[in-house]
Design a protein around this ligand. Structure first.
Ligand code: NAD
Ligand code: UDP
Length: 310
């Protein structure tokens, strides 16, 4: 079962589980940021089902479930302003319902956490043992603290109720099926290039991120689910770059005429982010394979045509 299965990452995970030969996969989604189009290719697969449901309400389902993947949550900083209550509710109540379902079904529960739990990190690159530098009242707090609460709840259900849990800390991931109006930096820059507009850089563009292609991320999630690793694991691509470098790469890849223009840096925007993936490498045998030079053109093609490059 994939909660948030109609979203960007969730729909890729559903597809991957079916491709791996799962007997049945149920996506649960209330479509707040997801899109039925993401699952269109699966409509004819008899092993697939979609349940339109808000996971903030209890989930009662017949039949056995082996894995509950909890990916349900709006995730773009743009959503932190408009969907703040939805984010806090799904991160708390939604996660509790996912855990209670896993408990009833004796299923493994995998929680999608985030690099945001490290806040504006002072330890670089970020190791899983770092507790983070998080502003509990700033504009990002609705997301960061909901995800931190989610991790605490997952660990409590494991310790007190014996639920088998996994926690993946996902770093910036991109690829086909992101929304063009999502606000996250790659769709935003590609959208600007497609419309022939200038590229907006927040601050001076010297802040860094490390971008992971969606297929690599999904591989890491599947490996973690199948492992017996109970502590959080970072999954992300450790290649770090400035946002200015990223904008230049998009501009060049698309032959776009726009200039780089500078806008105020939003409050709380982390200055640097890069995963330490030693744990994923040693415990899961995982590392990313798709470089930005390969993943970016596939993503651009999706935004141009609705389809990724083969
Ligand atoms: P997304 O918005 O595309 O997917 C989230 C899905 O959850 C959507 O389909 C949405 O409709 C659904 N959803 C939200 N609230 C729900 C509710 N109450 N009930 C049922 N469904 C609900 O975002 P995404 O990028 O695919 O993110 C998926 C997960 O991964 C999120 O938990 C996010 O926090 C986490 N994550 C993503 C990234 C990234 O770079 N993409 C980074 C870190 C963490
Ligand atoms: N950003 C930018 N221009 C944009 C959109 C985003 O410079 O049009 C920056 C943003 O300020 C942040 C980085 O790109 O420093 C990544 O932003 P995103 O919203 O994708 O994710 P974040 O890692 O901040 O959650």
């Amino acid at each position: 079962m994939v909660l948030g299965g109609a979203g960007f990452l969730g729909s890729h995970l559903v597809e991957r589980l079916l491709a791996d030969g799962a007997e049945s996969v149920i996506a649960v989604d209330n479509l707040v940021t997801g899109n039925l189009k993401n699952l269109e290719g699966l409509k004819r697969d008899a092993r697939f089902d979609l349940l339109q449901h808000d996971v903030c309400l209890p989930l009662n389902l017949e039949g056995p479930i082996d894995y509950v993947f909890n990916l349900a949550s709006p995730a773009s900083p743009k959503d932190f302003e408009t969907l703040w209550l939805e984010i806090m509710r799904v991160g708390s109540l939604g996660t509790q319902h996912a855990l209670e379902l896993a408990e009833r079904k004796t299923a493994v529960m995998l929680q999608a956490s985030t690099s945001e739990i490290y806040g504006d990190p002072l330890v670089h690159p970020q190791v899983e043992t770092y507790f983070g530098n998080v502003d509990s009242t700033g504009p990002r707090a609705v997301y960061d603290e909901a995800k931190r609460y989610g991790e605490a709840l997952v660990q409590a259900f494991r310790r007190r109720r014996g639920v088998s849990t996994r926690i993946v800390r996902i770093f910036n991931t991109y690829g086909p099926r992101m929304r063009l109006d999502d606000g996250r930096v790659i769709p935003q820059l590609v959208g600007q290039a497609l419309r022939g507009e200038d590229f907006t850089l927040y601050g001076d563009g010297s802040q860094t991120r490390s971008f992971c292609y969606v297929d690599d991320l999904i591989e890491g999630i599947v490996r973690l689910a199948l492992s017996d690793q109970l502590d959080p694991v970072n999954i992300g691509n450790p290649r770090e770059q400035t946002i200015r470098e990223l904008a230049e790469a998009v501009k060049q890849a698309m032959g776009a005429p726009g200039e780089l223009v500078y806008r105020p840096l939003p409050a709380g925007d982390p200055k640097q982010r890069k995963p330490d993936i030693t744990r994923a490498k040693t415990l899961l045998g995982w590392e990313p394979k798709v470089s930005l030079e390969v993943g970016l053109p596939r993503t651009i093609e999706f935004f141009r045509t609705g389809l990724p490059l083969p």
